[in-house]
Design a binder for this molecule. Structure first.
Ligand SMILES: Cc1ncc(COP(=O)(O)O)c(C=O)c1O
Length: 447
């Protein structure tokens, strides 16, 4: 759908209340409103805009087809009866939470996870009605009220947190007519009134972050069962080292989780209570970790959590990062480039200025260490990456013109650069690279 450097026929979704910046969606394809339950797109009529503004200096392209391919691949791996919960925190790892959530819910994904209350509220305000688990910890009654009001589902690590929610549900939830509603587990997005709040008990089996100590899990489950107004929706834990080759910690956590499940067997838990442990790496590495649900983030966005897991599923990166050449100039040998002159032209050169910088999410640490693709050819980035611009060496490419598109992450012709490549170059992880792209970059969703 990208022709001559321009996206054809774009719709701009009018999201006045949402503060979801500059989300632009093509009319045809996976985000075609005709293919998606109207409830997922409530009261948001598409407002056509002509084409991608040729003046747009930098943007992210979100490939819906790749997203759906990854979803299919991952669902195909799951053990029978296991459900995929999509982790869409941090704006769906930079991909735009609302667009990602709407697309995958339309394909049968039934539940979402975010980190913070405001991430959940944004999705609710955008009309997403699927169950949303808040993975973060909730500390104040005010925060708990917001959770309740927006039909979000909290993580509980302690009895005091459980008491907080129980009190709020019993004192305000039912009496003041706050209508607790939960999704029925279908994409019909049908809500029904319920007098209880679904809660998720987190058990610390070795991550040492959130969760009740695993040896006290049974006790906490019993305590929550005894509290009015709460309904245990799931009991879960999080793996600390599933992406590492050494299985020792993963196996220890698995064993502890198994013991937690066994210890709860005589507590009369509803068969609806789901047990879950695996993230992307856990899902890919061992089907025994699947249980009733897997919580998948990175793999859904098309990146393997570790090189040795690459062969477990054929994943396609969902995000591409592109920017335009804004200026082309000639340098004579010996000329310094950008702040600090970390690059001095070794010969006469042609360089291009590209309209993207560290304020958009290109790590400054990549200065002089990254390549980009222009006209299907890799060229070197030179000098320090600046806040809004960076320079590239186009000496080998004839007559580069302002307005030409540069691919920073993504494919162009036979060349391809991934977020993994960036992560490796600066000794970080793909998750951080993806989450680093800022809201000032429009997200363009391609069918
Ligand atoms: C509790 C929890 N579950 C699942 C995930 C998803 O992890 P991944 O992106 O590796 O699939 C995360 C992400 O950090 C998480 O914090």
């Amino acid at each position: 759908m990208v022709k001559n450097g321009q996206l054809e026929t774009l719709d701009k979704l009018n999201t006045p209340d949402l503060n979801i910046p500059e989300t632009i969606v093509e009319t045809p394809g996976a985000l075609n409103k005709k293919q998606i339950s109207p409830d997922v797109f409530p009261q948001i009529p598409p407002t056509p805009i002509p084409v991608l503004d040729p003046a747009l200096r930098a943007w992210l392209e979100i490939d819906s087809a790749a997203l759906l391919h990854n979803l299919q691949q991952l669902q195909g791996l799951l053990s029978p009866g296991c459900e995929l919960m999509a982790v869409v925190k941090a704006d769906a790892y930079g991909h735009g939470a609302w667009g990602i959530a709407a697309t995958i819910l339309a394909q049968g994904v039934e539940s979402l996870a975010v980190a913070t209350i405001s991430e959940g509220v944004e999705l609710r305000q955008a009309g997403i009605k699927a169950p949303i688990l808040i993975l973060g910890s909730i500390a104040t009654p005010e925060a708990a009220q917001v959770i309740l009001h927006h039909h979000l589902e909290p993580t509980l690590s302690s009895y005091s947190q459980a008491q907080l929610f129980s009190e709020i549900v019993t004192n305000t939830g039912t009496n003041t007519g706050i209508n607790l509603e939960i999704n029925q587990g279908t994409n019909s997005q049908q809500f029904c009134s319920r007098p209880t709040l679904p809660v998720h008990i987190n058990v610390d089996t070795g991550m040492s972050r959130l969760g009740a100590p695993w040896l006290q899990a049974r006790e906490l489950v019993q305590q929550v069962q005894a509290l009015p107004g709460l309904e245990i929706a799931s009991i879960y834990s999080h793996l600390a080292t599933a992406d590492e080759l050494d299985p020792t910690v993963r196996e220890l956590q698995h064993d502890r989780f198994q013991q937690v499940i066994q210890s709860c067997q005589d507590l009369g838990l509803s068969p609806r209570v789901k047990f879950h442990l695996a993230n992307s790496a856990g899902t890919l590495v061992d089907p025994e970790l699947h249980y009733d649900r897997v919580r998948i983030g990175l793999a859904l966005y098309g990146l393997p959590p570790a090189p040795h897991l690459r062969s477990k599923a054929s994943l396609q990166p969902v995000m591409a990062v592109k920017a335009r050449v804004t200026l082309v100039k000639s340098l004579t040998a010996g000329t310094g480039v950008s702040y600090g002159y970390s690059f001095i032209a070794p010969k006469d050169m042609a360089i291009a200025v590209v309209g993207i910088g560290y304020a958009d999410g290109v790590p400054r640490l990549l200065s002089n260490q990254m390549q980009v693709i222009i006209r299907g050819q890799r060229v070197a980035q030179i000098g320090k990456v600046t806040m809004d611009q960076l320079m590239i060496d186009v000496s080998a490419i004839p007559d580069v013109q302002p307005g030409e598109i540069v691919t920073l992450i993504g494919a162009d012709g036979k060349e391809k650069i991934t977020a993994e490549d960036w992560a490796e170059a600066i000794d970080t992880i793909s998750w951080e690279i993806l989450c680093g792209f800022k809201s000032r970059l429009p997200r363009l969703t391609l069918a």
